[in-house]
Design a protein around this ligand. Structure first.
Ligand SMILES: [Fe+2]
Length: 170
């Protein structure tokens, strides 16, 4: 993949990477540590604004597209990268055309699909969301770091949000 030169764009959520590197599963610990060490030089993004989910969500959320239509490496058919959520954050029900795979590198987060029950997922599990299937995540006492892949739809599309969102003040 060709390199795309992107300016560093750190976000407040990077403060969670110290803890994430401590708690990530053994097989993902080196990766999480590398991400922590290099995070300030990478181009982090946010799809939402405080008007969507409130200021506390925005301060505790961010993603890094490693490869894709916007990321550090050019790829027009598949996007991949990392998502960070701080502790006690709900990313409400949403869906998108692209098919998605998540592999959490930290445990302790509840995930649900298609409006079903919340399920606590361990680090290293493979979580597949088919095209347009609704899904949501809810962290507990610890932050989440998850690897993601997207393919088969517009790779920079904003998700459609269907979940009800409480907007706590900052
Ligand atoms: Fe998704």
């Amino acid at each position: 993949m060709a390199v795309r030169n992107l300016a560093p764009r750190p976000l407040p959520c990077l403060a969670h990477l110290d803890r994430i590197a401590e708690i990530s599963a053994v097989r993902g610990r080196g990766l999480a540590g590398s991400l922590r060490d290099g995070a300030q030089n990478l181009h982090w993004g946010q799809t939402y604004t405080a008007s969507d989910f409130g200021p506390r969500f925005i301060d505790n959320y961010g993603w890094l597209e490693v490869f894709g239509t916007r990321g550090h490496f050019v790829n027009d058919t598949i996007a991949g990268g990392f998502l960070i959520l701080g502790p006690d954050i709900e990313y409400p029900d949403h869906h998108h055309v692209a098919e998605e795979v998540y592999i959490p590198l930290t445990g302790g987060t509840d995930w649900r699909m298609d409006g079903g029950p919340w399920r606590r997922r361990a680090a290293g599990e493979i979580i597949h969301h088919a095209s347009n299937v609704s899904h949501a995540m809810r962290t507990g006492d610890e932050p989440l770091l998850a690897f993601y892949l997207w393919r088969g739809g517009p790779l920079a599309a904003r998700s459609t949000i269907t979940g009800v969102v409480e907007k706590p003040e900052a």
